[in-house]
Design a binder for this molecule. Structure first.
Ligand SMILES: [Zn+2]
Length: 253
């Protein structure tokens, strides 16, 4: 079975076709697999601004989108994006089904990384799949945001707010966990400012927010301010020890 056939089976693309697949070696060893993609003949590109089919305008230089590895070898989909001429939007880059926006990772690979990041530390995930800590972080963030938009969040009673350091302590992340009968990561944001945490509360429906009865965090002033402002009637437990063991999606510290 050709690699193309396997890809058509596991990752079919409606308006595009897989073309040549090649193994790129470095120092005599397999370094990566590159699979070229081309649009189907007569398939018109979709404007990324409005989602409508529009006439093509020109093509950009080739881009590589990292895909799920095969046999431990990194895989890249190689494609020259078309630009489209769209009357309402102007000249825009087309929308493709395997990635969003300017992301270098395919959506499949982001879900793959987010899945492994539940089982391994984020740095270990990055090392195992030959990507970076930042890419794992962004993949988890994408999965968490998708979860917030699609999951039923009713019934959250207790949350824990945690901060983690990375890049040798120069940068922080803010994480929010549900820590009642369900244990899960609800929010990931860069830095540990009031804005980092306020974004979480602003993403919740009013009744979900009103249902939070307990919150655990450390004494970090910006967190205390936002918790007092957003859920003033919740019981606030100032104990990081409650949150940390819940950190199922523990990034590398
Ligand atoms: Zn458009």
């Amino acid at each position: 079975m050709h690699l193309k056939s396997i890809l058509n089976h596991v990752h079919p693309l409606k308006s595009f076709v897989y073309k040549r697949a090649r193994l790129v070696k470095a120092a005599g060893r397999p370094a990566k697999i590159e699979v070229e993609i081309e649009p189907r003949a007569n398939g018109r590109p979709i404007c990324s601004g409005c989602g409508e089919k529009r006439p093509g305008y020109d093509r950009l230089t080739v881009r590589r989108f990292q895909f799920v590895p095969l046999w431990g070898i990194p895989v890249f989909l190689v494609y020259a994006m078309r630009r489209v001429k769209c009357p309402p939007c102007g000249v825009t880059v087309e929308q493709v089904p395997w990635a969003t926006g300017k992301c270098r990772l395919t959506t499949s690979f982001r879900w793959f990384l987010a899945g492994w990041a539940k089982r391994l530390w984020w740095q270990a995930t990055a090392d195992a799949f030959q990507t970076t800590w930042e890419d794992v972080f962004r993949s988890v963030k994408h999965a968490v945001e998708w979860g917030l938009a699609h999951r039923d969040l009713a019934g959250i009673e207790a949350i824990g707010v945690d901060e983690v350091q990375w890049r040798n302590g120069h940068t922080y992340l803010t994480l929010v966990y549900q820590i009642d009968t369900v244990k899960r990561l609800l929010w990931v944001a860069e830095e540990r400012t009031e804005k980092s945490l306020r974004g979480f509360f602003e993403s919740l429906a009013g009744d979900v927010k009103a249902g939070i009865q307990f919150v655990a965090s450390d004494m970090w002033r910006p967190y205390l301010n936002v918790i007092a402002e957003q859920i003033p009637s919740a019981l606030h437990v100032l104990d990081q020890g409650i949150v940390r063991p819940m950190a199922l999606l523990q990034p590398c510290r």
